[in-house]
Design a protein around this ligand. Structure first.
Ligand code: ADP
Ligand code: MG
Length: 325
């Protein structure tokens, strides 16, 4: 199973930011309202994620580190299936196969916290009592210590922390209700307090997208049948090659040609050739979209792509026209 874990790890764990992504997603799945991320040495030395979620019971700790279905790698066809369906149930197993992983957790109805440790090839999980409030802390130390080729592939600390920060910003926009922080080598880089109202959200928007974006942000909100779009569009402001452009489908960031095209077309129809920044959230019936086309590539496939495209164009065009008046 160790080889299988390491093969899966090659897909799940590309760099420290992918570890942070998997762990924070687990925290959010566990209902956490606060997630603190501590990084040392660009994430290669240490990634520590602490949350106040529902925790993991002592009896489940070892299980959480196990790969749910080792049999998946039985044949080449299965490998294809894994590549297309993502790696559900494999993140912790994959991470622990290429790092030293410590899991400390306490569920609400358990008096004592317990700690599990797993390291690289030695998949035997050791359990011991620990001190921890309700919630979970996961420490990932010495990432890729046993896969030197991958370790060498890591870029500078600055670059790796940049990837982590960029990913965190995406989450911060999508989940304004969550308290998030990021520190590197003991220095606090980001602190997002929960945004309770539009004013709080604009403060978060400013932290992520900058003053210029917020100063020129036009709020948009539009619904048609079971499609709705909301968010902010930047109209005017300083020209820049780095306008923030974030598009979410049902809370997940996507990079999609159809969507890019729709946004471009809307700006063009309003006589604006330059697209500026945008942070847009599309809500659609989950049965109408496949989001897991590739776990890392942020692609989506809409069943009725024409309909979605035209809805986005029309929503933006009418918002821009109203904003211009
Ligand atoms: P998946 O999230 O796809 O189930 P993972 O390998 O990411 O697979 O996690 C394995 C399991 O460990 C999860 O299903 C969950 O039960 C538990 N778990 C992981 N992280 C946390 C956390 N922060 N809080 C509570 N439970 C967690
Ligand atoms: Mg997970």
């Amino acid at each position: 199973p160790q080889l299988a874990n390491q093969i899966a790890a090659g897909e799940v764990v590309e760099r420290p930011a992918s570890v942070v992504k998997e762990l924070v997603e687990n925290s959010l799945d566990a209902g956490a309202t606060r997630v603190d991320i501590e990084i040392q040495g660009g994430g290669a030395r240490l990634i520590r994620i602490r949350d106040n979620g529902k925790g993991i019971e002592k009896e489940q700790l070892a299980l959480a580190l196990e790969r749910h279905a080792t049999s998946k790698l039985a044949s080449l066809e299965d490998l294809d299936a894994i590549l297309s369906f993502g790696f559900r149930g494999e993140a912790l197993a994959s991470i622990s196969s290429v790092a030293r992983l410590t899991l400390i957790s306490r569920p609400k109805d358990q008096a004592q916290a317990w700690q599990a440790f797993a390291e690289g090839r030695q998949m035997e999980v050791q359990l011991q009592p620990a001190a921890h409030p309700v919630g979970t802390t996961i420490e990932v130390a010495d990432l890729f210590f046993n896969t030197p080729a991958r370790r060498r592939f890591l870029k500078s600390d600055k670059t790796e922390i940049g990837h982590i920060d960029e990913w965190l910003k995406r989450v911060a926009l999508a989940r304004p209700d969550i308290h998030l922080s990021l520190s590197h080598n003991g220095k606090l880089l980001r602190s997002f307090r929960p945004a309770k109202d539009e004013k709080g959200y604009r403060a978060r928007l400013q932290q992520v997208c900058g003053k210029d974006f917020v100063a020129h942000a036009l709020a948009i909100q539009c619904q048609h049948d079971d499609l709705s779009i909301s968010g902010h569009l930047q109209l005017g402001g300083e020209p820049s090659a780095h306008h923030p452009q974030y598009f979410y489908v049902n809370g997940r960031l996507v990079r999609d040609r159809l969507i890019n095209h729709a946004v471009k077309q809307a700006f063009a129809e309003c006589g604006r050739d330059a697209i500026a920044g945008y942070v847009l959230m599309l809500q659609i019936d989950p049965a109408q979209v496949d989001v897991n086309v590739h776990p890392a590539k942020h692609e989506v496939r809409f069943h009725q792509s024409r309909l979605v495209h035209d809805f986005v164009v029309q929503a933006l065009v009418s918002a821009i026209n109203q904003g211009q008046d």
